[in-house]
Ligand binder design. Structure first.
Ligand code: PMP
Length: 447
């Protein structure tokens, strides 16, 4: 693999404090020039990146355990992505697929139709972002069913556009002051095992009973166009539904003519040790929404669904100027080729073993870690006040800050802002991952 940044290798290396003097200067310009509404996970400015290493403008090499929020699974500037993008940008940059089509859009859709779960006939639509893909999935489900209600879950995250804000659960920071929100969105309970009572089977059954009761009695199943769910909730804090919950929801949807939509924007493309997270329990959604990991960092997203659902919309009812841009499609083909040729599904499982066992060891040592959860290369720890399940936001902030100061980038999540999540590039080396985890250990020791 191309593992080097200039002449350096995939290793953590600090040459200044974080942030260094050049980043500090550059961030003043950031404050002056960019909207105050934008957040920032780590206060450094990036010059280059390769696989799991970010190089900042002061020359620090930082281990990336976030992949730009689960995007660069194939690695940053992955070779096959770079090669195909260069070739495409020299061939042509844009025609608009709905004006004059081109082959790589079609090829990406063929690949998605083949690689997503289910042997039924499928078709796909390409757009620019996860939120836009979720919006389109909802549009299509409503058009197909001629129904309006959309059922979503507590702790869910589906985006920041007007409709997807309504679909997203958490008020601060995503919704506060941005209303009014779109109507006909109904929120139902999500089985969050760490905070619920009982074993997995009981929690699953309790949740199904509550969800179906709400739909049957408060909405009317015949009014529901779609049930939309993340198979493992991302921004909500890597909440893994108990076994049996997703299959029961899929069955309920089928029995009631409801389109079952899996939002695999964060879980998709080998991340969880399956190509798609719903595969864990053999669930076949009617529609599957993807983005992030699809194109190695280029903006692309997709809706893939049953042909009869995807074809129910009149011609020109769907589209957009940039959706499925040829350069993004070239990147997607390079990313998909990387996933296959480097067997990133197996690689995610391997990462999961290292990550999971290390995090469980830390949980034994540090009672501030209330739970370790996730699957494959998508794992998280929920931080609590020791001996309770009360959220410990202060510990989360301190751990993240410590990791940053030592050149390790980790992301946070959680409805209660007390989750540290790990989404490393799937090509991260074992050595780099273990180095980052030893820094994490030091971070807890320093609390
Ligand atoms: N759905 C899920 C599950 C996500 O995690 C995200 C992004 N964090 C989105 C949708 C929205 O994607 P985007 O930011 O590309 O609009």
């Amino acid at each position: 693999r191309q593992m080097c940044i200039r002449d350096r290798t995939q290793e953590r290396r600090l040459v200044t404090a974080i942030p260094g003097p050049k980043s500090t200067e550059a961030l003043k310009r950031r404050t002056e020039a960019t909207s105050g509404g934008l957040g920032m996970a780590i206060p450094v400015v990036i010059e280059r990146a390769s696989d799991a290493i970010l190089l900042d403008i002061d020359g620090n090499q930082i281990i990336d355990l976030g992949s730009g929020i689960g995007v660069t699974g194939v690695g940053n500037s992955a070779q096959r992505v770079v090669d195909r993008v260069i070739e495409q940008v020299q061939a042509f940059t844009h025609t608009c697929f709905t004006v004059a089509p081109y082959m790589n859009y079609i090829e990406v859709c063929e690949k998605l139709n083949a690689m997503t779960p289910g042997s039924h006939k499928k078709k796909s639509l390409l757009v620019n972002s996860g939120a836009e893909a979720v919006e389109n999935a909802v549009k299509i489900a409503r058009h197909y069913t001629k129904r309006q209600a959309i059922v979503v879950f507590e702790h869910s995250y589906h985006g920041r556009t007007n409709l997807t804000m309504a679909l997203t659960a958490k008020n601060m920071p995503y919704k506060e002051g941005f209303g009014p929100f779109a109507p006909e969105v109904y929120r139902v309970p999500m089985p969050y095992s760490f905070h619920w009572v009982g074993d997995q089977a009981t929690i699953s059954q309790d949740a199904i009973d509550m969800v179906t009761h709400k739909i049957d009695k408060e909405i009317g199943a015949h009014n529901v166009a779609a049930i939309l769910i993340e198979p493992i909730q991302g921004e909500g804090g890597f909440i893994v539904p108990p076994k049996g919950f997703l299959p029961a929801l899929a069955k309920y949807s089928k029995d009631n003519g409801i389109v079952f939509i899996a939002d695999e924007v964060q879980t998709g493309f080998a991340r969880t040790g399956h190509m798609f997270a719903v595969e864990e329990e053999g669930v076949v959604p009617d529609m599957l929404v993807t983005a992030k990991g699809i194109a190695g960092g280029l903006p692309l997203a997709a809706v893939t669904g049953r042909a009869e659902v995807m074809d129910s919309v009149h011609a020109s009812g769907l589209g957009g100027t940039y959706g499925g841009n040829p350069i993004a499609c070239a990147a997607a083909l390079g990313a998909m080729e990387t996933m296959e040729e480097e067997n990133l599904v197996a690689r995610a499982r391997h990462i999961g073993e290292i990550l999971g066992s290390s995090l469980r060891e830390l949980a034994k040592k540090y009672p501030v870690i209330g739970e370790v959860r996730g699957r494959g290369a998508m794992q998280a720890i929920e931080l609590v006040e020791p001996g309770t399940k009360n959220p410990n936001t202060a510990a989360m902030s301190a751990v993240v800050k410590y990791c940053q100061s030592q050149g390790v980038l980790v992301l946070t999540a959680g409805t209660y802002s007390n989750v540290v999540r790990f989404l490393p590039p799937l090509v991260i080396t074992d050595e780099l991952l273990k180095d980052a985890l030893s820094v994490l250990d030091d971070a807890f020791a320093s609390l």
